[in-house]
Design a protein around this ligand. Structure first.
Ligand code: SF4
Length: 771
């Protein structure tokens, strides 16, 4: 299919290959007998390597949730913390350049404390070795390198790379943010990124499609954030597992492109594979304002000619949720889980009932979730109201711009001045407090007293922001956070409550107003934060990893499977929520992301022992107590393979592959749970750990630490390339000698069985390249 649109050379690598995708879509439609497709299916299936193989059943109902798709993503983005391991793995494959365009973003390793200038300087000094490593990898392999201070991965991707109909992978769980611009963008571990970087087919179980039908119109205090915080409450942190969330309906028209990105960003909080929106006028406006008119023109063309960027009439969804935006009110989610959702009108009562702190201790806005021009200008409209009546913030207030472009634009338009003159600290264009890099000075990390913060971020697991397990993070819109800093009272509802002014009068905020896009366009900002536009791989560049380094370590391949049934002891029975933050903590540990041995000392330190209620405590067979990683190391040295038993949604949260790599490195063989979070289950398979799920959840109660678990039909499953009916039988032998068999289920595809046999996905890619 020939498209007429002329795409300037500089945007060729950023425009989805529409001609190729439309040809593929014709092929797909033929195989599926012209069945109506959702938007998500159109984008995914047009990226299939061989539609006739992946869609062989010829009926969408026999594909969704059942078939494995082999896909060819268009590009890859990596953030500094996860890029280290992704690139260390990529290096072992021996390629001279990446097979698809890719970018590296230095954002997670930047501390938030005193403001951009000081924080950036100290963070660059602390992380120089890592940033140099990433930059040299970028130069050697032709990957675009966005240095420290340039912005947060998802904001930069939205401003530069996302496009309607694009399919991309990102080594970060909030990669779906790019779905705000009509892409299918999926968060993955580094080993999955290596598939795309090496041109190896990337495999995904065909997701089911969850439709969210938006009617009405956002108004007053309600913002896009409230759509997703409300939805998280309706669906829970597991409600989106195995689904792509696709929004549709008249209500979409009242949303800005950046608002749609906020909604897609937090689709990660309901466990969705990704989220996306059909092509809108708002997308076109955003593309034009971010200097990508040619992409808007090409998108217009494929949409009008081929109906590519929206669902077909009568497309079927596996489930539909209805939301009337006109009736939606602001929501506040938390603490400690993003799906504990309370409408603002009921929040005061919830505070009393739950005995949450009476006062808010800090307000933080920005991050990849909410740092658009619209978010910032709405926040400023509240600040200006307060300024006009002489109100001062009662609590510390921090602002994190998502990119240099956003920072420079709000600086030009006077917003930064207004923030700062009203007491806000404007932090570097980086993740900072959102990922435990908040060097908080008002409350100590070890304080036993609970305190409450209000943020416009996306995630609120314990200790995520300031390293303090007693800090309750309540997630809400930037509007509500901003109003809260002037009250400081947890029960304050800016929609109806007033604040007493020094002169005794009552003051009530008017609903915020903001501009969807800057009236005078965006300005790029400081040139030093911009990368080489179209980098070319340079083989002569040396990538140095010192053997003495504590930050970086070259990888040793994991050993292949020995062809035997797996035999391992339960090292730990985990109680309750066990997210990737519990399995592989961030904060101070971020500095070891490129050093597998050093970071492994954090393995499961946040997990709670079901049998004793203790955190980070496990017991040897003779009853001696250790920290969890200490016992893992001891058993590794003793040659005793181990496993972990856990409850629901194990590995919830992020794409952090260290949560799979570290257990593997320390001798973990299998993880047996009531259910997995999707990315984490895949990450375990990629690293050669066997993920199993209880067929009967009640069997969780029959297992204890120290029990010996032996698979009895693993060899059969491997011989059948995973196609053995999905059951693995496990013989359990208790310390008393009593034994019984339990049934577990697996979801191993043929390719994943190959990873398991080879010891890891990277070993398998290496074997293929050598063959
Ligand atoms: Fe950074 Fe937080 Fe966004 Fe993750 S969620 S990319 S840590 S700002």
């Amino acid at each position: 299919v020939e498209l007429n649109t002329e795409i300037p050379q500089s945007f060729k690598s950023r425009t989805p290959p529409y001609g190729k995708l439309i040809s593929k879509l014709h092929q797909v439609k033929e195989i599926l007998n012209n069945q109506p497709l959702t938007l998500a299916e159109k984008i995914l299936y047009s990226h299939l390597i061989d539609p006739s193989e992946s869609l062989k059943h010829g009926d969408v109902s026999k594909i969704r949730g059942l078939e494995y798709l082999k896909l060819n993503p268009d590009r890859v983005a990596m953030q500094d913390a996860s890029a280290q391991m992704a690139l260390l793995q990529f290096m072992t494959c021996g390629l001279k350049s990446t097979a698809v365009p890719a970018s590296i973003h230095c954002d997670h390793l930047i501390v938030g404390k005193d403001g951009e200038k000081k924080d950036l300087k100290s963070s660059i000094a602390t992380n120089k070795e890592v940033f140099d490593f990433l930059q040299s990898c970028g130069e050697k392999y032709g990957i675009q390198f966005w240095g420290p201070g340039s912005g947060i991965i998802h904001q930069i991707v939205l401003e530069n790379f996302s496009a309607p109909g694009l399919m991309m992978l990102g080594t970060d769980s909030h990669t779906p943010n790019a779905g705000g611009l009509g892409a299918i963008a999926i968060g993955v571990g580094g080993a999955d990124a290596v598939d795309a970087l090496t041109g190896t087919p990337w495999e995904l179980k065909a997701p089911k499609i969850l439709g969210v039908h938006l009617t009405g119109e956002l108004n007053g205090w309600t913002s896009p954030k409230d759509i997703i915080t409300y939805l998280a409450g309706e669906l829970s942190v597991r409600g989106g597992t195995g689904f792509i969330v696709e929004y549709f309906g008249e209500g979409v028209k009242s949303l800005s492109c950046t608002g749609m990105a906020t909604i897609c960003n937090m689709g990660a909080e309901i466990g969705a594979t990704t989220s996306t929106f059909p092509y809108q006028e708002a997308h076109k406006r955003y593309l034009i304002s971010t200097n990508r008119s040619s992409i808007a023109q090409a998108a217009d063309e494929v949409n009008s000619k081929y109906n590519f960027l929206k669902a077909d009439v009568n497309a079927s969804y596996d489930k539909v949720v209805e939301i009337d935006l006109s009736k939606l009110e602001p929501h506040v989610n938390g603490p400690f889980t993003p799906d504990l959702s309370t409408p603002i009108s009921k929040f005061g009562t919830a505070q009393l009932e739950n005995q949450w702190p009476e006062n808010v201790s800090a307000g933080l806005i920005g991050s990849c979730t909410n740092s658009s021009y619209q978010d910032m200008s709405r926040s400023i409209s509240i600040i200006k109201q307060a300024e006009a009546v002489g109100l001062k913030p009662k609590i510390p207030f921090f602002v994190t711009p998502g990119s240099e472009q956003i920072r420079a634009t709000i600086e030009r338009d006077g917003l930064i001045d207004t923030f700062q003159s009203n007491g806000a600290i404007v932090l570097a264009n980086a993740c900072g407090p959102c990922i435990g890099q908040w060097d908080r000075t008002d409350i100590s990390k070890t304080s036993n007293e609970t305190n409450a913060i209000f943020t416009s971020f996306n995630r609120n697991f314990r200790a995520r922001n300031d390293g303090n397990r007693n800090t309750m993070n309540f997630l809400t819109s930037p509007d509500i956070v901003t109003a809260m800093i002037y009250s400081g009272d947890m029960k304050f509802n800016p929609l109806k409550d007033s604040i007493k002014l020094p002169n005794g009068e009552d003051f009530k905020f008017q609903p915020p107003k903001g501009d969807e896009l800057p009236g005078n366009g965006f300005v790029p900002g400081r040139g030093e934060f911009y990368p080489v536009q179209d980098p070319i791989a340079d083989e002569s560049v040396e990538v140095n990893v010192s053997p003495e380094s504590t930050r970086l370590q070259l990888l040793e391949p994991f050993k292949p499977w020995n062809g035997q049934e797996l035999k391992s002891n339960v090292l730990l029975k985990v109680e309750g929520k066990c997210t990737t933050d519990h399995i592989s903590a961030a904060g101070v540990w971020l500095k070891y992301k490129g050093h597998l041995e050093n970071i492994s000392y954090n393995t499961l330190i946040g997990a709670q022992n079901k049998e004793t209620g203790e955190v980070n405590k496990a017991y040897d067979l003779n009853g001696d107590g250790y920290t969890i990683p200490e016992l893992m190391i001891k058993w590794k040295e003793d040659g005793r393979p181990w496993n972990v038993v856990a409850e629901h949604n194990y590995g919830e949260g992020s794409a952090r592959e260290h949560a799979a790599l570290s257990p593997r490195f320390l001798g973990g063989k299998l993880i047996l749970v009531k259910s997995f979070a999707r990315i984490h289950e895949t990450n375990l398979k990629k690293q050669g750990v066997l993920p199993l799920t209880f067929k009967n959840e009640a069997d969780y109660d029959r297992l204890s630490s120290g029990d010996l678990l032996e698979t009895t039909n693993l060899i059969d499953m491997v011989e059948k390339n995973g196609d053995n009916g999905g059951i693995i039988n496990v013989k359990v032998t208790k310390k008393s000698g009593e034994s019984f068999i339990i049934e577990t289920t697996h979801t191993m595809s043929k390719d994943q069985v190959d990873f398991f046999k080879a010891g890891s996905a990277i070993n398998h890619i290496g074997n293929l390249r050598r063959a």
